[in-house]
Design a protein around this ligand. Structure first.
Ligand code: MN
Length: 260
């Protein structure tokens, strides 16, 4: 006879596939903070689908009141995923807020910066998406372009919000880079849902992907000891795309964790 007290949690399919211990990754998320509305933590489910499809177990990290918890979190997971969302607080890179800049979520900024610094210190792999490369760059000392439309003359449309999966502009990836290796391609067409981008690159990072207008679309760690790649587009929205590139990013992340 089975009861709630005797039932067992099912074994992880990734474990039974002979791939060794299942890998758990911290995934950043956001919180709604508007006065007069319920305050909730949220994350688009497409990230979860993409990570589970790559054999990984996602563990969500909300914006925390105490960013010092980041070290404890990184100590118990195998890697870190930085997800899309709000504009990073411009004062964190020494600028006033542009008129088109969004309201920052300071608890999220502080939590994610602490997660990045802990991941680098522990040499745990990082996959960063959309806001992710921007946050990664600011965390390590770089700056951002606050509004592509007003600051880059002749920019292509980067904020194509009508269709999150539409491939709207090209990206040239540097041959031999970690992103090129992950995607198995150096010329690709991507979706684009951002109005900010990386500005001055931080020490320890390098630019490995650009749109035709020069906007930075891919950056990665220069260190051979720290696997960290960051893309400005949304590979998690391409879970059903016939092109294998975007799923390649999640596969490469899983491989970097020793889950090949
Ligand atoms: Mn773009």
């Amino acid at each position: 006879m089975s009861s709630a007290l005797t039932q067992k949690v099912p074994a992880s399919p990734t474990r039974s596939a002979g791939a060794g211990r299942a890998r758990v990754v911290a995934v950043s998320s956001t919180s709604d903070e508007k006065p007069g509305t319920p305050h909730r933590v949220r994350l688009n489910s497409t990230y979860i689908i993409a990570l589970e499809s790559a054999g990984l177990i996602p563990l969500l990290v909300p914006p925390l009141a105490s960013a010092s918890a980041a070290r404890e979190i990184l100590a118990i997971v195998d890697g870190l995923v930085l997800t899309g969302g709000e504009d990073v607080d411009s004062t964190l890179y020494g600028q006033g807020r542009h008129s088109k800049g969004g309201v920052p979520n300071r608890a999220r900024d502080a939590t994610e910066i602490a997660l990045v610094l802990a991941a680098r210190e522990m040499a745990k792999p990082v996959l960063a998406i959309c806001r992710g490369p921007q946050l990664l760059n600011v965390a390590l000392g770089g700056t951002l372009i606050q509004d592509i439309g007003s600051q880059i003359a002749g920019a292509v449309e980067h904020n194509a919000r009508d269709d999150r999966g539409a491939r709207v502009h090209d990206v040239a990836i540097e041959p031999g880079s970690r992103i090129a290796e992950a995607m198995g391609a150096v010329r690709l067409r991507v979706n684009s849902l951002h109005h900010q981008s990386v500005g001055e690159i931080a020490p320890g990072l390098r630019i490995t992907g650009r749109a035709p207008d020069g906007v930075i679309e891919g950056i990665e760690s220069e260190s051979p000891d720290w696997w960290a790649i960051a893309v400005q587009w949304h590979p998690e929205e391409m879970n059903d795309s016939p092109e294998p590139w975007d799923r390649g990013l999640f596969r490469a992340f899983a491989t970097s964790l020793g889950n090949s």
